[in-house]
Design a protein around this ligand. Structure first.
Ligand SMILES: Nc1ncnc2c1ncn2[C@@H]1O[C@H](COP(=O)(O)OP(=O)(O)OP(=O)(O)O)[C@@H](O)[C@H]1O
Ligand SMILES: Nc1ccn([C@@H]2O[C@H](COP(=O)(O)O)[C@@H](O)[C@H]2O)c(=O)n1
Length: 213
C-alpha cells in the first residue's frame, strides 16, 4: 500500500506520516529532507539558491547529510523552499522518490507533491492542513525547544512566505490532489489527528477494494 501525505509547513504531516508508517509497518520517506539537503549543500558551498544551476549542482549531496539534525533549522527550510521551485532541482530528485514509493511492500511518503506527482496512483492520499497561526505556534514551540531565539512573529512570517512560494511555483506546486482526503489538524491533538488519518486510510482502502469488485 502506498500512502501519500501532503500539506504545508508545520501542518503535522510528518508526525502523521511517521505514525502511519509505524501502524502499517511501512517504510517512510520525509521528502522535505531531500530539498533541505540541497539547501544545506548550497549554503555550505556558498552557492546562490536563486540560481537554478547552483541549486542543481547541490543535488549531488552526500546521503549521510540526510541524518543531520541541523537540516531542521528554520533557515534551511527557507532556502529549501527557494531551491525546490527550480524545475531542474525537482527533476533531479524525482526518480529517487518514485523508486521509494514503488517498493514491493509499499511506502508512506510526505511532502508537497506526493499525491499529485510522485505517487499519483497512491492507495490513500491525505492533505493535512492547519491555520497559519496554529502552525506557527507549533513550529515556534519546536524551534524554541531546540534553542532558537526566533520570535513568534518571525516564525509566522516565514510560514506565510513559504506557503506563498510553495503554492505559487510553476512546477509541482503545493496543492491537494483531487482525490485526497483533507485532514484539518488545527484543533486536534496529535493522537486524535493520527487516529483520524488511520480512519481516512481505511476508508480509502475500502473504497478501492469495493471498486476492484
Ligand atoms: N495535532 C497536533 N497538535 C499539536 N502539535 C502538533 C500536532 N501535529 C504536529 N504537531 C507538532 O507540530 C510540529 C510540526 O509538526 P510536523 O513536523 O509533523 O509538521 P510538518 O508538516 O511535517 O512540517 P514540515 O513540513 O516543516 O516538515 C511538531 O513539533 C509536532 O510535534
Ligand atoms: N515534496 C516536497 C517536499 C518539500 N518541498 C520543499 O522543501 C521545503 C522544506 O520542506 P519541509 O517539509 O521539510 O518543511 C518546503 O517548504 C518545500 O518548498 C517540496 O517542494 N516538495
Amino acid at each position: 500500500m502506498i500512502i501519500a501525505v501532503d500539506g504545508p509547513a508545520a501542518s503535522g504531516k510528518g508526525t502523521i506520516a511517521r505514525a502511519l508508517a509505524r501502524h502499517y509497518d511501512l517504510p517512510h520517506l520525509d521528502t522535505g529532507l531531500l530539498y533541505r539537503a540541497v539547501a544545506a549543500t548550497v549554503l555550505r558551498h556558498e552557492l546562490n539558491p536563486a540560481k537554478e544551476a547552483d541549486a542543481v549542482a547541490a543535488c549531488d549531496f552526500d546521503d549521510l547529510l540526510l541524518a543531520d539534525p541541523a537540516l531542521r533549522d528554520d533557515e534551511i527550510g527557507k532556502v529549501a523552499s527557494i531551491v525546490s521551485a527550480h524545475p531542474l532541482v525537482r527533476a533531479a530528485l524525482l526518480q529517487r522518490q518514485k523508486r521509494f514509493a514503488a517498493q514491493e511492500d509499499g511506502a508512506v511518503l510526505d511532502g508537497r507533491d506526493i499525491g499529485t506527482v510522485i505517487a499519483p496512483n497512491a492507495d490513500a492520499k491525505l492533505f493535512v492542513k492547519a491555520t497559519p497561526t496554529i502552525r506557527a505556534r507549533r513550529r515556534h514551540a519546536e524551534l524554541h525547544a531546540h534553542g532558537s531565539s526566533l520570535t513568534f512573529d518571525q516564525v509566522l512570517a516565514d510560514i506565510r512566505a513559504r506557503d506563498q512560494r510553495d503554492s505559487t511555483r510553476s512546477t509541482a506546486p503545493l496543492v491537494a490532489a483531487e482525490d485526497a482526503a483533507t485532514l484539518d489538524t488545527s484543533f486536534l491533538s496529535i493522537e486524535a489527528a493520527v487516529q483520524k488519518a488511520i480512519d481516512l486510510v481505511e476508508a480509502a482502502r475500502a473504497r478501492k477494494a469495493a471498486a476492484c469488485g
